[in-house]
Design a protein around this ligand. Structure first.
Ligand code: GLN
Length: 496
């Protein structure tokens, strides 16, 4: 059985019809990992024993008649998401021995659904980056062309799903880290609205834009996963109490007639690869053919999004990473999380001599500078004001349109090493991603074609970004779904 040809919905049907068991499905994934992961390098930790136990438990539940689409389906989890008693490194030397005492809320929710976790996957250290080249351990590879990056920071999530090692992955998107690797690997990557999914138990990066996010093969699969992990959480005060929609049901009954799609002129600019532009515009024409209306729009503050993001992100990063310095960070015996704190201290001591990598250091320095007295008003406060204008652009446009379509990235997956010495070049790749994160909106990157890059022989996937109103994940996913069924792009898989 080739995992690569199955999505969650097909696998769930196979399990329900007793064509195979969850243990068999899990064994196939583990074999695939054994075969391919020395090339793909998706996984930091493979939890094979645990996965087989979880699969056996899922088989019992299936036998007793339980019917939920995630039951017994193998997945991977980005290594910035806490997993109780399982190594969680954030791909960093500082946390390379860190065993959390608790799991993230989203893990508890997936466990309740009968998830099978195959292991923890690689990313840029602390999720800082766009290629996994900032991982303190190793770089992951793109299954469509092993010489290229899978994107980042959730690159291990993308390579594990696209490479057929698992069915889906949970990652995070703070400034594009699900959407960009989804685009680079031909997958559906959903960043929900800020506050739709609990951040409790993430190793935080930019707390005001961090979103647990979904890497899946199809829009329908992403809908199923979002339904499982979304919702209010008492442990995260920024979660919304809005009821969680029945996303999959919505997709099945969706009618695109009359839907107004906004095309922002600021997202089709010089620097965007022409073939990518053609793919995205082709998709828009298709959606028009299916009954949608197209409206030209303008988001005038778009050009400030990357500079604004790269002030706010390092500022929050410098504050969030301060707890790992091991010097000013003590613990009191009254503290509830005393074990957690001791654990972190212990981790720091063991990793002595191998501290933060250069990207984390760069962000700590920029952030500390932007927040320092005398510069705070000029940088941090100014950035927050521009952020409000960026958000306002979207608010105004969403009075005229229902969704916005734009490219996800200006290029296809680039070669390993191409930008790794030039952080500025790497940051500029976020040009179409940062504004959505700063505004906290939901967006999906959905496959919309293939392009042969000038510097290579192999055709690489292209993604388009479908951006929605706050908490309107259902429309974003429904448009991705209707296009996917019409275009068939998600049926193409890499040969690995
Ligand atoms: N490229 C962005 C950055 O480096 C993405 C980060 C993210 O979403 N985790 O900050």
């Amino acid at each position: 059985m080739e995992i690569i040809d199955l999505d969650i919905q097909k696998a769930a049907k196979g399990l329900a019809d007793k064509e195979f068991s969850s243990v068999e499905l899990t064994q196939s994934c583990l074999e695939k990992i054994k075969k391919t992961d020395n090339e793909l390098k998706s996984f930091i930790t493979v939890t094979d024993g645990l996965a087989l136990k979880e699969a056996a438990r899922a088989d019992e539940r299936i036998k007793s008649g339980e019917n939920n689409p995630l039951l017994g389906i193998p997945s991977s989890i980005k290594d910035v998401i806490l997993t109780k008693n399982i190594l969680t490194t954030a791909s960093s030397n500082i946390l390379k021995n860190y065993i959390p005492a608790e799991s993230a809320t989203l893990m508890d929710k997936l466990d309740a659904k009968g998830m099978v976790m195959l292991g923890k996957v690689n990313c840029d250290a602390f999720a800082h980056g766009s290629s996994t080249e900032n991982s303190d351990f190793f770089t992951s590879h793109n299954p469509w062309d092993l010489d290229r990056v899978p994107g980042g920071s959730s690159g291990g999530s993308a390579s594990s799903v696209a490479g057929g090692e698992c069915f889906y992955s949970i990652g995070t998107d703070t400034g594009g880290s699900i959407r960009q690797p989804a685009s680079f690997c031909g997958l559906v990557g959903l960043k929900p609205t800020y506050g739709r999914v609990s951040r409790y138990g993430l190793i935080s990066m930019t707390s005001s834009t961090d979103c647990p996010s979904i890497m899946a093969k199809t829009a329908g699969d992403a809908a199923i996963i979002l339904e499982a992990i979304a919702g209010e959480d008492k442990k995260d005060a920024t979660t919304s109490s809005k009821p969680v929609d029945k996303y999959l049901e919505y997709l099945q009954n969706f009618n695109i007639k009359g839907l107004r799609i906004g095309i922002p002129k600021e997202y089709f600019i010089e620097g965007l690869n022409k073939d990518i532009e053609e793919s995205v515009r082709g998709a828009i024409v298709k959606l028009q053919g299916l009954g949608a209306e197209v409206v030209e729009i303008s988001l005038p503050h778009t050009k400030y999004a990357v500079p604004t993001y790269y002030i706010i992100t390092p500022s929050e990063v410098s504050s969030n990473l301060a707890k790992f310095d091991g010097i000013r960070f003590g613990y009191s015996s009254e503290s509830d999380s005393e074990t957690e704190v001791k654990n972190l201290m212990d981790v720091y001591i063991k990793s002595k001599g191998k501290g933060f990598g250069s990207e984390a250091k760069r962000r700590i320095m920029i952030g500390t500078y932007a927040l320092s007295s005398g510069y705070y008003d000029a940088y941090y406060l100014k950035a927050q004001k521009v952020r409000a204008l960026i958000k306002k652009d979207f608010d105004e446009v969403f009075e005229k349109v229902d969704i916005i379509i734009a490219p996800t990235a200006p290029s296809v997956a680039f070669k390993i090493g191409e930008h790794s010495d030039n952080p500025l070049e790497m940051y500029l790749g976020d040009i179409f991603l940062s504004a959505v994160s700063l505004a906290g909106l939901p967006a999906v990157s959905a496959p919309c074609g293939f392009v042969k890059p000038e510097d290579g022989e192999k055709e690489m996937p292209v993604g388009m970004q479908i951006i929605g109103k706050p908490f309107d994940e259902k429309t974003v996913l429904a448009v991705a779904d209707i296009y996917e069924k019409d275009s068939g792009w998600t049926k193409k898989h890499p040969q690995i």
